[in-house]
Design a binder for this molecule. Structure first.
Ligand SMILES: *[C@@H]1O[C@H](CO)[C@@H](O)[C@H](O)[C@H]1NC(C)=O
Ligand SMILES: *[C@@H]1O[C@H](CO)[C@@H](O)[C@H](O)[C@H]1NC(C)=O
Length: 448
C-alpha cells in the first residue's frame, strides 16, 4: 500500500525536500477557514492585490445552475477565507434561475480603478453562448452586472482573460462553430474591440501566461465534464503565429484527471489550477493545483500527492514524508467503534464519529520533529451525497470544523491545517452538534 509517493522526476522545482509546512493537496476536500465547508470556487481564476490572493469561482453547492460567483482570500494559497459573492442569483434575467454563469475571471484597470469581471453567460441548454461583464470597486465586494453579448458576433463559451505587459487585455473565448479565439478588449476592459487570433481547433478552458517573451495558451479538448490530456500552444506575438498543440502533463493521465481553469504566476514560477469535475454532484468537484514548469517554449507538469508553495517567492518544493496513524487503532470513545472498510488501510476505519453520543477518535501519539503549522491528510469515507463535518482539536485547543465531501469505496483526503509542537501531539476528531462525521481511515502527518 502506497503511503507516500516521492516526486523524484519533477525537475528543478522539486529540487529540495521542504521542511514541513502548509501544503497544497490536489483533489482533497479543502475547507474554508470561516465556513467549515468545502470551498466553492470552481472554474475560477485568481487575482493578487498587495500580498493577498483572491480566488474567484463558481458556487456549485446546488448543482450546475448559477448560484453565486464566490470570492475567497488567502496570503499563503493554502488557507482560504470566504469573503462573499461578487454576483448572486437574481429573480430574472442573465443571472436569474436556471442560468449558466461559468469561468469567472477578474482583472483590474488602474485608470478607471475598477475590477472587471468577465464570465460565460448562457441559457440552461447553452444556446446563447455569450460573454458577460461586471465591475466592482473592491476586489471581493459586490459587483454591478453590465450585460452579455456574443463578442464580435461569435459564440463564446469557456473563457479566460489575459493582461499583457503593455496593459492591453484580451478575452480568450471558445467559439464552438469556428475554434478558439483571442480578442482584444477595449481600453476600459468593458467591451471587445477586435479579433487577435483564431485557432481552428476545438479547444476550451483557455488560460494564457507569458514568460520571457513567450506566450503560452493552455486549454482542453472537448469531452464535457470528463477530463482529457490538456494541451498548450506557444507564440512570441500574441497575434501569432502560434505553434501546434502539445500535451504538458503525463500522456494518458488526462491532466491528472483535471481540466485547466487558470495558470497563476507566483514569483517567477507558475501554478496550474485545474478542476476535477464530479458531474453527478458538482459541489464535490475538487481542485488540482500543481507546479507548472515553464522553460523556453516548453511547459511540463508532474503529479503530486502534496507539495509546498511559498506564496511570496514562488518557490515550489515537494511535500514532506508522512507518518500514518490508523483510525481503528486510535482511542475510540462515546460510541465510536472500529468498522470494516475494504478500501481502507488495515481494512478498518474509526466509525460512528459524532451522532447523539458524540463518538470521538483520539490520536494521542502523533509525532512531529518540529513545532510548525502544517497540513495533515485525513483519509476518510463519507457514503452520503452531501458533505459531512467534524470538529477537530489539536493538543486540547479550540476546535476547528473541517468538511468531508462524499467519498465511498476508496477513502479520499480532507486537509487539516493545524499547528503541531515538536514531540508528541494529540488530535481529537468528533462532532459537537449531534450530526454524523465521516469514518476516519487514517491520518497522514508530516514527520517534520
Ligand atoms: C476520491 O478517491 C477516489 C479513489 O481514489 C478517486 O477516484 C476520486 O477521484 C476521488 N474523488 C475526488 C473528488 O477527488
Ligand atoms: C484602463 O482604462 C483606461 C480607459 O478608461 C485606459 O486608458 C487604460 O489603459 C486602462 N488600463 C489600465 C491598466 O489602466
Amino acid at each position: 500500500m502506497r503511503c507516500f509517493r516521492h516526486i523524484a522526476t519533477a525537475g528543478a522545482l522539486f529540487a529540495s525536500i521542504a521542511n514541513a509546512t502548509l501544503q497544497i493537496i490536489p483533489g482533497a476536500t479543502w475547507t474554508a477557514t470561516n465556513t467549515g465547508k468545502h470551498i466553492q470556487a470552481h472554474g475560477g481564476g485568481m487575482i493578487k492585490v498587495g500580498s493577498t490572493y483572491y480566488w474567484v469561482g463558481e458556487d456549485k453547492t446546488d448543482g450546475s445552475a448559477f448560484q453565486n460567483v464566490n470570492c475567497y482570500s488567502s496570503t499563503n494559497l493554502v488557507e482560504w477565507k470566504y469573503e462573499g459573492a461578487l454576483l448572486s442569483r437574481t429573480s430574472s434575467g442573465d443571472l436569474g434561475p436556471s442560468r449558466v454563469v461559468e469561468r469567472p475571471k477578474v482583472i483590474y484597470n488602474k485608470s478607471t480603478k475598477k475590477y472587471v469581471l468577465w464570465m460565460h453567460i448562457d441559457s440552461s441548454n447553452y444556446g446563447e453562448a455569450k460573454a458577460g461583464v461586471a465591475t466592482g470597486d473592491t476586489v471581493c465586494g459586490k459587483y454591478t452586472y453590465i450585460g452579455a453579448s456574443q463578442p464580435l458576433g461569435f459564440q463564446s463559451r469557456d473563457m479566460g482573460l489575459f493582461v499583457d505587459d503593455d496593459d492591453k487585455a484580451y478575452l480568450l473565448t471558445e467559439d464552438r462553430a469556428n475554434g478558439l479565439r483571442i480578442d482584444l478588449l477595449s481600453d476600459d476592459y468593458l467591451s471587445v474591440k477586435s479579433a487577435t487570433y483564431l485557432w481552428k481547433d476545438s479547444i476550451e478552458a483557455p488560460a494564457v501566461i507569458k514568460k520571457d517573451g513567450v506566450y503560452f495558451m493552455f486549454g482542453s479538448t472537448l469531452t464535457g465534464w470528463d477530463p482529457n490530456d490538456n494541451k498548450y500552444s506557444t507564440a512570441t506575438n500574441i497575434a501569432g503565429p502560434w505553434s501546434a498543440w502539445k500535451t504538458f502533463a503525463d500522456s494518458g493521465s488526462k491532466t491528472y484527471s483535471s481540466q485547466t481553469n487558470y495558470i497563476l504566476p507566483v514569483g517567477n514560477n507558475f501554478m496550474y489550477m485545474g478542476d476535477r469535475w464530479v458531474s453527478s454532484n458538482l459541489m464535490r468537484s475538487t481542485y488540482v493545483w500543481l507546479p507548472l514548469t515553464i522553460s523556453g517554449t516548453t511547459a511540463s507538469m508532474k503529479n503530486a500527492v502534496n507539495w509546498v508553495v511559498d506564496a511570496s517567492s514562488g518557490s515550489m518544493t515537494s511535500g514532506p514524508s508522512e507518518n500514518t496513524y490508523e483510525g481503528e487503532s486510535a482511542t475510540l470513545a462515546g460510541g465510536a467503534k472500529s468498522v470494516s472498510c475494504s478500501g481502507c488501510s488495515g481494512t478498518n476505519a474509526a466509525g460512528y464519529i459524532g451522532g447523539s453520543s458524540a463518538g470521538a477518535v483520539t490520536f494521542s501519539n502523533v509525532q512531529s520533529s518540529a513545532t510548525t503549522r502544517t497540513s495533515i491528510r485525513v483519509k476518510y469515507l463519507n457514503g452520503d451525497s452531501s458533505q459531512r463535518f467534524a470538529d477537530v482539536s489539536v493538543n486540547g485547543g479550540a476546535t476547528q470544523r473541517i468538511a468531508f465531501i462524499p467519498a465511498s469505496g476508496d477513502p479520499n483526503s480532507s486537509v487539516l491545517n493545524a499547528g503541531l509542537k515538536s514531540g508528541t501531539n494529540t488530535i481529537k476528531i468528533s462532532t459537537s452538534d449531534g450530526t454524523w462525521g465521516p469514518d476516519i481511515d487514517r491520518l497522514m502527518v508530516p514527520q517534520s
